[in-house]
Each structure stands twice: as C-alpha cells, then as structure tokens.
Design a protein. Structure first.
Length: 408
C-alpha cells in the first residue's frame, strides 16, 4: 500500500512543493498494514517538515497551492490538492507540558519530533522515495500487535492524559495478545489525570473506542485498570457489553454504550455533552418495549406503529436476544413495513366536525381502537369509527351526516 499511497496525485503535488516533507502518523501505519489510505472514509494524510510555517506558506504559494493557517501557533498549515486536504506541520519539540497542552518550539531534528509522539506505531515517517523512518521500533510493534508508548509511558501520559484513552483506541484496533506491561502500569498510575480532560474530548475518544470492530479486550482492560469507572462513574457492566459484542451485535458505539451503562443515561449524556441526536438515541435504546421472539403479527405491528424498526431491533440485543432464532427474527422485524394510522385532523373536518379539542380526543380514541385491532383496519373503517367517536363527544359543528342507507 505504500506504493499506492505515494502515487496519490494530490500527495505527489504537495511533496513536490515541499521536498523535505514526509508523511507521518496514521497514513504510514495503515499503509504498512496494507490498509486502504487514499480515498478511505475518515482517513487523513498528514505531513511534517523541517521547514518553518513561513517557508511552508511560501513554497505552497510558488506551487500554486493555497496555504490555510489552520493551526499556525502549533506550526500547522493546511492545503488542498486534487480536492483533498493535507495538514503540514513544522517539526516540533516540547518545551513545557501541563497534562493536556504543550508549549513547543520548531526543530529540524526528525527524531526529536518523533520522540514527542504518543505511540511507536504513530511515530514513523515516510519519505517521498518510499523510505520508512522508524526511530523507536514502531514497525516491529505494528507487526506484533503491540501498542507501546514512545519512551517512558508515565512521562508520555503526564504530558497529556488524553493519551490514556488514545491507548485504548489504538489497542482496540491494532492490539493483539497481552497489552504492554509498561503501558498498563503507567495508565493505572495516571487514571486520576483523566479528570483534567474536557467532556467533549473524553466522549470523542470513548466513542471511537466503542466503534472499533472488536473492542472487547479494550473494554475489559479499561474496567480492570479503573479507566472505565473514571470516565463513566454513573456505573457500567463491561461483561454485558462484551457478551453482546461477542454475540455479533452491530459495531454501533451508541448501542455498545447502552449495553455498557447501568447508571443514569441522561446524566451521562448531559455530563459528556452529547448532541441532541445522541441523547435521544441513547434514551430510546435504554427505555421502551422489547419485541418478543414469539410476538410477530399484531404484537409487532403495534410496536412498529410507535417505534422505529431499527430501535426495536437494537433493544433485542440489549435484552440478550442472542442466537440464530433472534438473528432471523431481527431480519424479519427490520423488513416489516411500519403501519401508519390512516387518519389526520383534516379527515375529521371533512366529516363536518367543528375545530376544537374534541377532534384530537376522537382521533386518539380511534387510533387506540386501530391499535387494539392490530393496526389493520382500513381508512374507511377508521373513518366510520371516528364518526362514532365524534358523535359521542358532540364534536359536530352541524348535524352529522347520515350513514349511507342500507342496500338490504
């Protein structure tokens, strides 16, 4: 995949403008694993260079590329080539850190820049000629499925406590076998520093951990080291989430969070500053009826009249609906059309009803009858029932129209 990466026309144009630059970070890591980098959703190609920000801007301008100062204080310039963004950062060394942010100075030393990165698998760089520069054994760690901090793990964590959560994100995606002992010892000793992190950053990393194809080992390790209790103090049941994932539930981070939580979901959503959509989804997953395996037909139609198919299917996972029978039932549930109550307020007005609260009451009573009948009555049948309800509630503005004469 390295050859394919270097052949990307946008990347080639940027490297031609900045001949000293190298590709860094995730693009190098994933290319070495033969994972798609160019064009894959969510993938970025980042570069580093010994050039100063001013030199980067000048070089890009000479090549006809726009320079966007997206992070000038940290030496980062963004450019767009062939409709793809590229972040270019001047090599840096840390002068001071406070557990979350660092004061940096420019350098022309590639190894010093690599030394300030979090994990060995993220500290490699790739020259335009295809040479991989690996100062800390990242390639061997990548092949061994080992997530290891660059240098002393406790020092790396004290520089930025977000690296604790980043460890589990990379461990969930790249780790195999037992975790690195130096990493786990340092994490156990640094858990208290997680309190310094913003809620948004915690949720951003936690969501990415839960979105990994198979985060079971990462979840169990987070619980063992006290990290889970630190980020979700409302209460969790890691074994429940692990069992659901093992049973083949979809790799949906919100579904996995719902399985993990035992505490107040609303409190979690508020504290971690969920979006309105995330908060609504979590609440829907954690509360509401669950379809029964033997409840097809009217029972399922009644549920579907009020609930989305996918939400109902997801609740079966949370209720430990595991096994082939449940898999088949979920497939049928997802394929079942949602019944829609066929009447609206204008139907009552068309019958001659007077606008007012009686219309709403009559419609609600008619819908309740429609639900009791398994959501199968036709519109004409519902109109007949609505007329009866309006007559009983005196909701007519004029005398109700007579029923059609019998032909018998």
């Amino acid at each position: 995949m390295i050859g394919q990466l270097l052949q990307d026309p946008g990347l080639a144009q940027v490297l031609a403008a900045l001949p000293q630059a190298r590709i860094v970070g995730g693009a190098v890591r994933d290319a070495l694993l033969n994972r798609t980098v160019v064009g894959a959703p969510g993938t970025d190609i980042d570069l580093a260079t010994p050039d100063t920000p001013e030199q980067i801007i000048a070089s890009l301008g000479r090549a006809g590329l726009r320079a966007i100062p997206t992070g000038l204080a940290h030496g980062t310039i963004t450019t767009v080539s062939h409709h793809r963004p590229f972040e270019i950062t001047t090599l840096r060394r840390d002068i001071a850190t406070d557990g979350r942010h660092a004061t940096v100075a420019w350098t022309d030393d590639w190894q010093l820049d690599a030394a300030r990165r979090d994990f060995t698998i993220n500290a490699m760089s790739l020259s335009r000629d295809g040479t991989v520069h690996d100062y800390f054994g990242g390639k061997a760690d990548l092949q061994a499925g080992r997530v290891r901090f660059v240098g002393d793990a406790a020092t790396r964590i004290a520089e930025d406590y977000l690296r604790i959560l980043r460890f589990f994100r990379f461990f969930a995606r790249y780790g195999t076998g037992a975790p690195d002992a130096g990493a786990t010892n340092a994490i156990a000793g640094g858990v208290g520093g997680l309190a310094q992190l913003s809620a948004e950053r915690v949720w951003h990393e936690l969501k990415r951990i839960l979105a990994a194809p198979d985060p079971r080992q990462a979840i169990a390790l987070m619980a063992e080291l006290g990290v889970m209790a630190a980020v979700l103090p409302e209460g969790t049941d890691p074994a429940r989430a692990v069992a659901m994932i093992a049973a083949g539930a979809p790799p949906d981070p919100m579904l996995r969070l719902a399985a993990l939580l035992t505490g107040d979901a609303e409190a979690v959503a508020t504290r971690l500053k969920f979006s309105t959509q995330e908060q609504t989804r979590l609440a829907a997953l954690r509360a509401g009826p669950v379809p029964r395996l033997d409840g097809e037909g009217p029972d399922w139609r009644r549920l579907l009249a009020d609930e989305d198919n996918a939400v109902l299917a997801d609740r079966t996972w949370l209720a430990a609906g595991f096994g082939p029978d449940w898999d088949a039932a979920r497939a049928r549930l997802l394929a079942t059309p949602r019944p829609v109550f066929p009447l609206e307020g204008r139907d009552a007005l068309a019958l001659g009803a007077t606008p007012g609260p009686e219309i709403g009451l009559a419609l609600r009573e008619t819908r309740a009858w429609w639900m009791r009948e398994g959501c199968t009555p036709t519109k004409d049948e519902c109109l007949k029932m609505l007329k009866e309800r309006l007559r009983e509630s005196a909701g007519w503005g004029v005398p109700p129209p007579p029923d059609p004469p019998s032909i018998l």
